[in-house]
Design a binder for this molecule. Sequence first.
Ligand code: 5AD
Ligand code: SF4
Length: 440
Amino acid sequence: MSATNPPRTFHVKSFGCQMNVYDGERMAELLTAQGMQASDAREDADLVVLNTCHIRERATEKVYSDIGRLRRDDGTTPLIAVAGCVAQAEGAEIMARAPSVRVVVGPQAYHRLPEMVAAAAAGGRETETDMPAEAKFAALPRRRKSGPSAFLTIQEGCDKFCTYCVVPYTRGAEISRPFADLIDEARALVEGGAREITLLGQNVNAWRGENAAGQPVGLAGLAQALAKLPDLARIRYTTSHPADMDDALIAAHGDNPKLMPFLHLPVQSGNDRVLKAMNRSHTAESYLKLLDRVRRSCPDIALSGDFIVGFPGETDAEFADTLSLIDAAGYAQAFSFKYSARPGTPAADMDGQIAAEVMDDRLQRLQARINRDQLAFNRSTVGRRCTVLVERRGRQDGQWLGKSPWLQSVHFTDQAAIGDLVEVDLIEAGPNSLAGRRVG
Ligand code: 5AD
Ligand code: SF4
């Protein structure tokens, strides 16, 4: 490889989950701290970072098509760095398949991105996929600017080993970031403009730490400490696991007013045989009982979930159990996916892989139920008065878009500014958003 000028502009493109969005922001901050300038158009940038997702096959394929698309009309390419979970899982393969890629950096090693980019510009090809994550967080610069709604990674990795999932391999073992670091980062985000912080982790409710008094605390204790930041109005967290919903966290939904009434609690399937084969540590019934306890603490909590259809061996009757669970649980929204066999996971070698048409049909039927319930939930909130955190301008003149406490998109037309928390009456509901009228 020949040497090039050190890049002066960069573009970070993140795929996949919210943690990747967070990582993408941190990489941009690192590069900015080196004196590089962010560029909105990736065609023009000297350096393009593709921050990739490996969770399902389609997500992985995107990497290679994106690399191809970075070739400019004159045949040159920017300096390409592949980051994220595909880099972790398939780093060597990417280097072999895509000669234009000069840097491969895994999700726990991206604090080294600036020096790797410098070495690549000097003519090298650099790979770093070390784990775990402690060194990374310590090496990241202090946060300065933030939108009204910010992400904060508090926990990373997963020890649950659901049989379909690559996360334990790409993100590594569970680690919790220290309490004091998180309070610091939250404070910096609030000073930089955040009014809402979403705490992130693959198993966010498995977070454990020691508070300022040296007492062991879980997510509820962290949320309690964060609630003391005067200018922070809202706290959210995602994604949680049913096995880690402890009593303190359930209670916090009833007594921490800054903790928003929203819970993303994936169940994946409503059938106990499938749940067992997935190595989920709950049954359909224990999940529903857990929801009862959460709702006793916070009656108007909005529930979200994740579903996989077509797990190996799933029969029609077993799939029907998932539909029944949806009816029993009452989701305000949910994400659903066709099972995708991931190399190296136990489920990829299981008998009874399901045909694509069967998966398509099941996904459609499941999504029809979820859509029905989402609309019903949105309609059930019409007539309520709530706060909306204003996040951006709407398409029409004077229109603003923001989020309700239940994470619904709400639009209204009135005087406001980004970052305002305004009182709104919800007056009309559609499947994906609501219309509000500002009070006063
Ligand atoms: N196939 C399909 N969906 C998957 N998910 C995780 N792994 C797979 C897979 N191999 C889904 C789960 C998880 C969400 C983040 O992605 O529903 O909760
Ligand atoms: Fe994957 Fe299961 Fe861990 Fe979630 S809990 S990241 S689905 S292994």
